[in-house]
Design a protein. Structure first.
Length: 317
């Protein structure tokens, strides 16, 4: 039996699943919760199946709902991509480009990239979603995802923007009254400011540049924070030493507000080499807005990355 289903209702169903509930879906689509609920109820009547278990504070997919969303997801994605590509062919990229990135990297590096991109393509709008939680680019509906650190296996195209280069740095005011460390173990006698996130307090690892394995250093300090910007501000005030990626303190290193130390060693916050990647989907027909942004990022960031050019003569790695 053929069923006449509302295409917009299917999109709303996918949005409710990916958003985690009716309220979040309504917020993302700028609609009333009652409107989203009515549309889903109509879809369920048309299918003759219950798609969600509705609880007081949450909704949960039924078995039929879980099977259905996985079946329609690639079809909706292909339809949206093909439609957008056809209408944009020969025209300037337009519409909305959705970008996901970690908070600190997004604020520091992605915002300037978006600014330059929009100046080239004024018909485009961008939705920038910043979060330090792991987000599935497909389920979240992101056109572009910046991934900092370990890259998981994925069906997406991954373009490497550069290695994660960590630098130990401190303000001249902090170093002026102390003996500057000349070996990693000397940090045990210094005030080391550390990031503290969902996985606990940041650990510092070091190795000789000719070595394979990293060694852990059990440092301590007067400040832990789950906000990298606050730690950077404290370091600038002369409170202590920070271990940050170059993309987070490149301007301060270039201006001399922060001085790099112990640059003869390689530093990390995990015992492995990591990198920064740009992720996007790989359909046969790719919307021009995605390709245009990818080209813009690769050209602007360059090789080596723009954030690693703060002082070429002393650049780590």
């Amino acid at each position: 039996m053929k069923r006449n289903l509302d295409l917009n209702a299917l999109r709303t169903f996918r949005l409710v699943v990916d958003s985690g509930g009716f309220t979040a879906a309504a917020h993302r689509s700028h609609r009333a919760v009652s409107s989203v609920s009515r549309q889903i109820a109509a879809l369920e009547r048309g299918l003759g199946q219950t798609l969600f278990y509705r609880h007081t504070r949450a909704v949960e997919l039924t078995e039929a709902g879980a099977r259905y969303v996985e079946a329609i997801r690639p079809l909706l994605d292909q339809l949206d991509t093909t439609t957008e590509t056809v209408f944009e062919q020969g025209n300037e990229p337009s519409g909305v480009l959705t970008i996901n990135a970690p908070v600190a990297f997004g604020e520091r590096q992605v915002v300037p990239l978006v600014h330059g991109f929009i100046r080239q393509y004024p018909k485009l709008k961008t939705e920038l979603r910043l979060t330090d939680r792991f987000v599935d680019p497909v389920r979240s509906g992101s056109d572009i995802t910046f991934r900092v650190g370990r890259l998981e296996d994925s069906s997406l195209i991954a373009r490497r923007l550069g290695p994660m280069q960590y630098v130990l740095a401190a303000a001249p005011a902090y170093l002026a009254g102390r003996r500057e460390p000349t070996h990693p173990e000397h940090l045990l006698d210094h005030d080391c400011l550390r990031y503290q996130g969902d996985y606990g307090r940041q650990r510092w690892f070091w190795r000789e540049r000719t070595d394979t394995d990293f060694e852990r250093l059990d440092i301590d300090g007067s400040l832990y924070s789950d906000d990298a910007t606050s730690l950077r501000a404290a370091a600038l005030l002369g409170q202590g030493i920070v271990l940050f990626p170059t993309w987070l303190i490149d301007r301060e290193l270039a201006s001399g507000e922060l001085r790099p130390i112990l640059t003869d060693w390689q530093w990390e916050v995990a015992p492995e080499d990591r990198a920064i990647h740009l992720l996007y989907s790989a359909p046969r027909l790719r919307p021009p807005k995605i390709q245009a942004f990818v080209d813009h990022v690769l050209q602007t960031v360059g090789d080596p990355p723009v954030w690693d050019r703060w002082q070429p003569s002393a650049r780590p790695g």
